[in-house]
Design a protein around this ligand. Structure first.
Ligand code: F6P
Length: 340
């Protein structure tokens, strides 16, 4: 068999580990040929490919980013670059000209939706979920999340010293797109006092009340972890919006930090290396069994798969009654909403 592999959407730690998992299993276990496609779906439109062999797959396990390059190109969306070109038709043509028996698409929500659409038009597709946001529907975990969690947690740990020494409110904004997984987990891992998530409709006055109460009870500094996806006035960052309101409503000295792309960079955590490798290896098993139109997924501790048709276009958000939120509330963490 001859299989293609591409990486699309935002990069994250662990992608190369997944490419290696796919490539080594395909070549060594099944004797397949593996074609790397450059820059996501763009590579299939522009015919930019490279044959992956054992030497290319060597030494990439610990590397961040993606050796194949990535893009946010969505072939099912019209774009001025490609004007009147029928991109899905072109992709189908190039897929067949390349002689592919299957295509592995490593990516987040947008990629899995495109993967589902390509599967619908008759290509043999397997999806592998990745993103630091952990918001891909149909899997318990995406790789990339654990690495980003380490980075965000370490950053928040470091803010504690300035918060404490200067008796300040430190507001830190973490990524996550529309989901609050990274804010919730990094906030809990680093002892955040206030955690604001897009999924919980918070009241900024209640946040101010929590912080004033802490200040009165001799806790004159606080850590406020904010997800980038919370609603704010147009053009204002989550951190700016929250910090300026806190400062105004409490009179307490407040500073903001936006962690940004540092969260997506660098070497994957050991957990992400292992998860990405398991996902990659399982994707090839699905191909060998000719079980196409599936996304590899983690359910509990088992790697399994779910139909792409059930995944495409959906988001996995933090449920408001998530056990970690309940536990946090009982320990005095403020989510900016009355839950009584
Ligand atoms: O999906 C990963 C992510 O890093 C989100 O957390 C963030 O909102 C987005 O990508 C940023 O996208 P871009 O790389 O296009 O700026």
């Amino acid at each position: 068999m001859r299989i293609g592999i591409l990486t699309a959407g935002g990069d994250c730690p662990g992608i190369n580990a997944a490419i290696r998992g796919v490539g080594k299993t395909a070549i060594l276990e099944y004797g397949m040929e593996v074609i790397g496609i450059s820059s996501g779906f763009l590579g299939l439109i522009n015919e930019e490919y490279v044959q992956l062999d054992e030497s290319i797959l060597s030494g990439i396990l610990t590397l961040g980013g993606t050796i194949l390059g990535t893009s946010r190109e969505n072939p099912f969306k019209k774009s001025s670059t490609f004007n009147a070109i029928d991109k899905p038709k072109l992709i189908k043509k190039h897929y067949h000209e390349l002689g592919l028996d299957a295509l592995v698409c490593i990516g987040g929500n947008g990629t899995q939706r495109t993967a589902a659409q390509l599967s619908e038009v008759g290509l043999n597709i397997i999806g592998i979920p990745k993103t630091i946001d952990n918001d891909v529907y149909g899997t318990d975990v995406t790789f990339g999340f654990d690495s980003a969690l380490w980075i965000a947690t370490e950053a928040i740990d470091r803010l504690h010293t300035t918060a404490n020494s200067h008796k300040r409110i430190m507001v830190i904004e973490v990524m996550g797109h529309h989901a609050g997984w990274l804010a919730l987990y990094s906030g809990m891992a680093s002892g955040g006092d206030v955690i604001l998530l897009p999924e919980i409709n918070f009241d900024i006055n209640m946040v101010a009340k929590c912080l004033k109460k802490r200040a009165i009870t001799k806790k004159p500094y606080s850590i406020v972890v904010v997800a980038e996806g919370i609603p704010t006035p147009k053009g204002e960052s989550a951190a700016r919006y929250v910090a300026s309101n806190i400062s105004e409503l409490t009179g307490l000295e407040t500073r903001e930090t936006i962690l940004g792309y540092i969260q997506r960079g660098g070497s994957p955590s050991p957990m992400d290396r292992v998860l990405a490798t398991r996902y990659g290896a399982f994707a090839v098993e699905l191909i060998a069994q000719k079980k196409f139109g599936e996304m590899v997924a983690l359910k509990g501790n088992n790697v399994t798969s779910v139909p792409l048709a059930e995944v495409g276009g959906k988001l996995r958000l933090v449920p408001e009654d998530h056990p970690l939120i309940e536990k946090a509330r009982r320990m005095g963490v403020c989510f900016g909403k009355d839950h009584s």
